[in-house]
Design a protein around this ligand. Structure first.
Ligand code: GDP
Ligand code: MG
Length: 160
């Protein structure tokens, strides 16, 4: 009974992580990818990509009414981004913790934004805020055939 309950709680999730244009320009791509890689999550998709305006607007559609929306779309489409899909138990909430608060000045040291950024308008990385949005955003940013299903060699050393 209990093992089944535990297994049910340990649902594998996916999250969409994006290195934003400022971080690409600042040479922080490897640093940001390595935070998730070192933690032990599984990379299932990765590409450098110039985001069309329509895609940026769809991705951030919940923020359409905000005054900063046009600036946000300009920011995200201002240069290449690195699109990533990551998979793992608890990956959505854990990635948000690794990323830190939206405002980098409020983000804890040790988090990506806390260590690498100073302003909300240039906060270097995106992470999905729920498992549902993780699925939605991966489907939005990746085409079929761009994602890889594989078993990392380290898998038995990360979970019992
Ligand atoms: P996130 O989930 O932590 O990325 O934050 P939100 O979903 O609230 O906002 C999405 C993104 O919009 C943020 O990461 C910022 O890039 C941008 N953003 C949010 N609030 C502001 C703001 O007040 N000003 C500006 N310029 N950008 C903002
Ligand atoms: Mg958000």
């Amino acid at each position: 009974f209990l093992p089944h309950l535990v297994a049910a709680m340990e649902q594998v999730e996916e999250t969409y992580i994006m290195v934003k244009p400022d971080a690409v320009q600042r040479g922080l791509v490897g640093e940001i990818i390595s935070r998730f890689e070192k933690k032990g999550f599984k990379l299932t998709g990765l590409k450098l990509f110039e985001c069309p305006k329509e895609l940026a607007e769809e991705h951030y559609k919940d923020l359409k009414s905000k005054s900063f929306f046009p600036k946000l779309i300009d920011y995200i489409t201002s240069g290449p981004v690195v699109c990533m899909a990551w998979e793992g138990v608890g990956v959505v909430a854990s990635a948000r913790k690794l990323i830190g608060s939206t405002d980098p000045l409020q983000a804890d040291p040790g988090t990506i934004r806390g260590d690498l950024a100073v302003q909300t308008g240039r906060n270097v990385v995106h992470g999905s805020d729920s498992p549902e949005n993780g699925k939605r955003e991966i489907a939005l940013w990746f085409k079929e055939g761009e994602l890889c299903q594989w078993t990392p060699a380290q898998a038995p050393w990360l979970r019992d």
